[in-house]
Design a protein around this ligand. Sequence first.
Ligand code: PAF
Length: 281
Amino acid sequence: MKIAHTIDEVKTLVKEWKKEGLSIGLVPTMGYLHEGHASLIERARKENDKVIVSDFVNPIQFGPKEDLATYPRDFEADCKLCESIGADLIFNPEPSEMYENNFHSYVGVNTLSEGLCGKSRPIHFNGVCTVVSKLFNISEADRAYFGQKDAQQLAIVKRMVRDLNFNIEIIGCPIIREESGLAKSSRNTYLSDEERSKATILHKALEMGKKMIEDGEKDASKVIDAVKNMIESEPLARVDYVEIVDWNELQKVNTIGGPILMAIAVFFGEKVRLIDNFIME
Ligand code: PAF
């Protein structure tokens, strides 16, 4: 497996691969890789001749009060994991390599970015769309792999690719969970042991909400209230949002009919904010 820190190194390899007619799969990550990322890399490995994993904590998707400085990093462990799955290249640029002085160009997707996590993280999705666009251009990938845990991100990237005619297929992959049901996330490392065990309430509450809908409940506010109440029964948890939106425009629905996304964000302690969701097609 090759390690690249510059855009030119990646472009040189990609040029060779393209000349040979090889397909390329890209797995964009911010590093500190866990089983969730591994499942994306494994899928990319199966479906492409070459696999690039980007490992870059993207500063422009963090708000001023967010955890950019403390975001967990372990590049050596990331390299080991990527190598063990058979990735061909890990791309680990410095922020100055991605954003030169006088960087002024940003990509954004209106409407879909405004609700859910976009409400409390107003610049986040423009930062994501911008870095992902750069990675698509640098890697010339045929396919890119994103986890469904960040469902809003997945919907936004798919829409950006459609709207701006990027020549790439976006593949959404299922949420990977710990045995307890807690969705795998690099940010789980911020949790104390007690918070970690209490955080399983997110998945339990979502499962209950899903069952209500499967049993025929169509009133979104009833499902939302039940899920919120269950989470709030846990004293360590503080709800940021519990919402049901249509799985197309990400707008709130009153009556559950077509495909929906039920998404939640919950604070544990002062600074740990966990997200989880389910999609019902
Ligand atoms: O999901 C993430 O880890 C990041 O938002 C991404 C897609 C790698 C962009 O920095």
